[in-house]
Design a protein around this ligand. Structure first.
Ligand code: ATP
Ligand code: MG
Length: 211
């Protein structure tokens, strides 16, 4: 784009949303692979506030999830962490976050790439105002064990050309599995950065209540 004679280069920004309870190598790999495959300028990790989809289980505090996300991304110069959702009091919705984040930049000077796993993107029609999403961001759908890329065809027409499928090395790691293992005293080494693991033990996260 040209502005007053200067050419403004479009910044391509990846947004990696998640509960991150805890953050693990599956999340970090999805973000890093997207960064290189789509030639992004940076990836912003956005830990959710009160996650609307996870009301059924006890979620760690926003500060613990934020801190773990910071620790996990600390050594990567193109990863950032945003408090936008955790500082908001109501439930987090991607559409609100994207709208708010767009105001931080000059219009037309940015392009957002919302990074999700296939499991999450296949659920997209349950998200608030999902029909508004294609005008706010491109969606990067990274593969995840157990989910078929072919299923993307079943999404509404508005997402055609908006979703970028991205094949990444499959990591069969989930936060649920990590929480289960910690609860039953099993090994979790190499599933997430060591600093995150140490933080979990230091704070006594995911232990069964009453033990
Ligand atoms: P939980 O088991 O609590 O649902 P999770 O491991 O699925 O946790 P989330 O915080 O729910 O992690 O996921 C945030 C985003 O990261 C989602 O878009 C999800 O699809 C993606 N993701 C999580 N784990 C992986 C993985 N191993 N490979 C690729 N994408 C992943
Ligand atoms: Mg999940």
């Amino acid at each position: 784009m040209s502005f007053g004679g200067h050419v403004i280069r479009t910044r391509k920004i990846g947004i990696m949303g998640g509960t991150f309870d805890p953050i693990h190598y599956g999340h970090l790999l999805a973000a890093e692979e997207s960064f290189f495959a789509l030639d992004l300028d940076e990836v912003i990790f956005v830990p959710t506030g009160k996650p609307p989809h996870k009301k059924m289980r006890r979620v760690s505090s926003t500060e613990d999830r934020y801190t773990m996300t910071l620790l996990a991304t600390l050594d990567n110069p193109h990863f950032k962490v945003s408090r936008i959702e955790i500082d908001r009091n109501e439930s987090s919705h991607t559409v609100d976050t994207l709208r708010e984040m767009r105001h931080w930049y000059a219009p037309d000077s940015i392009q957002f790439f919302f990074i999700t796993g296939l499991d999450a993107v296949l659920d997209i029609t349950t998200w608030k105002e999902y029909t508004a999403l294609p005008s706010l961001c491109n969606i990067v759908a990274v593969n995840r064990p157990g989910y078929q890329v072919g299923k993307l065809e079943q999404l509404p027409e508005i997402f055609k050309g908006n979703i970028v499928p991205l094949e990444i090395p499959l990591l069969s790691i989930s936060s649920t599995e990590i929480r289960r293992r910690i609860e039953s005293g099993k090994n979790v080494r190499y599933l997430m950065p060591e600093l995150v693991e140490r933080y979990i033990y230091k704070k006594g996260l995911y232990k069964r209540i009453g033990r």
